[in-house]
Design a protein around this ligand. Structure first.
Ligand SMILES: C[S@@+](CC[C@H](N)C(=O)[O-])C[C@H]1O[C@@H](n2cnc3c(N)ncnc32)[C@H](O)[C@@H]1O
Length: 236
């Protein structure tokens, strides 16, 4: 990706967070710039067009902001020639446990996306074409993870897309380091830091298989010292 294009997308996706306060704006800038997941989702064309995309554990709604601006840039003809088209997503619904994050997401994006306060372990997901969970599943216990995956499968049509990023528990030191960073940021954002529930990449692939998906793993930690993997799954 050209540096210019990245700067433009970054600037446009973070701009709305100015109205959500200094912390929200700075956090958006740091995360969208430094986390390779956001560029990775676009440059690999992982997200198909969708009538309804749901983002579980959406934080302050950064994925929605990113996708909305990506599509707007694509439609205006400002798009890297070698990338697949930006996904056309009609409705984004984000679900998040932390009231402050929901407030920031709403302040930034207004009615361009819908954000609700809720727990992914109990919320009704309704129906969706695409479900995304970035760096959330390890906060809920193993049985709850499996239950969430089954409910996501029920929300999707056959062939629907589920994408989640996880830390590979077989990843040695980079995995331990990413856990330490994750727990520190989680604490700073006002959460109690309890036990986390990690699995190896292969264990995740097994769980996805028994909950009704066929999945592929794609490293998603370029330029960071972490050991993160994007699991790209289709409902079968
Ligand atoms: C590491 S952050 C990732 C945020 C967002 N997915 C992103 O990539 O910007 C994890 C988020 O998951 C949320 N979370 C954790 N457990 C949750 C649950 N049971 N239900 C809903 N959200 C949850 C946290 O409040 C936090 O905002």
């Amino acid at each position: 990706m050209t540096a210019n294009f990245h700067r433009t997308l970054l600037q446009r996706a973070t701009q709305p967070y100015r109205s959500a306060g200094l912390f929200a704006w700075k956090f958006a800038k740091g995360k969208l710039k430094g986390d390779p997941a956001f560029v990775g989702l676009l440059e690999h064309g992982l997200i198909p067009d969708a009538e309804r995309l749901i983002d579980l554990g959406c934080g302050q709604g950064l994925l929605a902001a990113w996708l909305l601006e990506a599509r707007a840039l694509h439609e205006s003809g400002h798009w890297p020639a070698h990338w697949p088209a930006a996904p056309k997503v009609k409705n984004v619904w984000g679900l998040e446990l932390m009231p402050k994050d929901v407030a920031r997401a709403r302040a930034a994006l207004g009615d361009r996306a819908r954000f609700e306060l809720g727990n992914i372990c109990t919320a009704d997901f309704g129906k969706a074409d695409v479900v995304i969970i970035l760096d959330v599943l390890h906060y809920i216990d193993y049985a709850a993870q499996e239950d969430v995956l089954r409910r996501i499968r029920a929300a999707l049509p056959t062939g629907g897309t589920f994408i989640t990023r996880i830390g590979d528990a077989a990843g040695g030191l980079p995995f331990k380091f990413s856990n330490w960073v994750d727990r520190t940021v989680f604490f700073i954002r006002g959460h109690r830091v309890n036990r986390i529930y990690c699995r190896t990449q292969n264990e995740w692939l097994e769980v996805l298989k028994r909950t009704g998906f066929v999945a592929e793993a794609m490293p998603m930690h370029k330029g960071t010292p972490f050991c993160n993997v994007m699991l790209v799954a289709k409902a079968i």
